[in-house]
Design a protein around this ligand. Structure first.
Ligand SMILES: [Zn+2]
Length: 271
């Protein structure tokens, strides 16, 4: 279908939670993805001809698998690259269960804010002010959803820049700010969110803005990366299959069980 924009939605409001409920959003999609270095098993063996992911085979008897890998199979320096792929681990299963539960109850459980989260809420407009003064004006928006894959991926931009750009603001403790500035790299743990934001909006770039009050504003421009975006779409497709299965299993398993009602409504929450 198409990109749906809800520019007037206030982030953190009940209506905003209604839009995000049960769907994968950019801020959590990283939990569905792993980044790992390629190892010997990711390659065919040049010594015995074993295919990738298969064991090496005896050179005398090709039908006989052996326990070790031929040394020739070790990836060469130029092959030592990372692979970005859908995760199957505690984090991905935890997120899948959390979103499947939201689909079942149509309710978003409150997340209580810690000090870092409060500081983030206060720092975001300060960071945007400094960014706007130095680089370009920023337009606030609410929520965007793209569903062209047959499922939805949501994104709450920290701001739109012109008609081609976005910003994603992070409020950081000073140690993290120092390390980010001197490495001059976006932390890996934020890349899935940035790439998902670019994927959902179809925009050309996103400025990663790292803010720590009293230190210099760090800005790094990030462009769409096909490897990341392919992994994101695959990971969310796998999530949809798993979440759908969990909802169905729940319906089956609860037949005949006693229903209950939720009594306490907590209002203070953030995603
Ligand atoms: Zn081999």
């Amino acid at each position: 279908m198409t990109l749906h924009e809800l520019p007037d939605l206030v982030q953190g409001s009940l209506e905003w939670h209604d839009q995000r409920r049960g769907i994968v959003t950019a801020s959590v999609v990283g939990k569905l993805i792993t980044v790992r270095k390629l190892g010997a098993l990711d390659f065919d063996c040049p010594a015995c001809g074993a295919p990738a992911n298969g064991p090496c085979r005896s050179k005398r008897n090709p039908d006989e698998p052996i326990k070790t890998l031929h040394p020739e199979r070790t990836p060469s320096a130029q092959d030592k690259v990372t692979v970005i792929e859908p995760a199957s681990n505690d984090e991905s299963r935890g997120l899948t269960a959390a979103l499947a539960a939201e689909r079942i109850t149509n309710y978003t459980e409150p997340t209580f804010m810690n000090d870092d989260m409060f500081r983030g809420v206060e720092d975001e407009p300060r960071a945007i002010d400094v960014y706007s003064a130095k680089y370009a004006p920023v337009t606030a928006t609410g929520f965007m959803v793209e569903d062209k894959w047959g499922f939805r991926i949501g994104y709450s931009p920290d701001g739109l820049v012109g008609s081609n750009g976005l910003i994603e603001v992070k409020s950081r403790r000073q140690k993290k700010q120092l390390l980010t500035v001197i490495s001059d790299q976006v932390p890996t743990e934020n890349m899935a969110q940035l790439q998902a934001g670019l994927l959902v909006t179809g925009r050309e770039w996103i400025d990663y803005v790292s803010y720590s009050g009293g230190m210099h504003l760090y800005v790094k421009r990030v462009y769409p990366d096909a490897r990341w975006q392919k992994a994101i779409v695959s990971a969310v497709a796998a999530f949809e299959a798993n979440a759908g299965q969990m909802v169905a299993l729940y319906a089956e398993a609860t037949e005949g069980l006693a229903p209950t009602v939720r009594v306490v409504e907590q209002e203070m929450r953030i995603a």
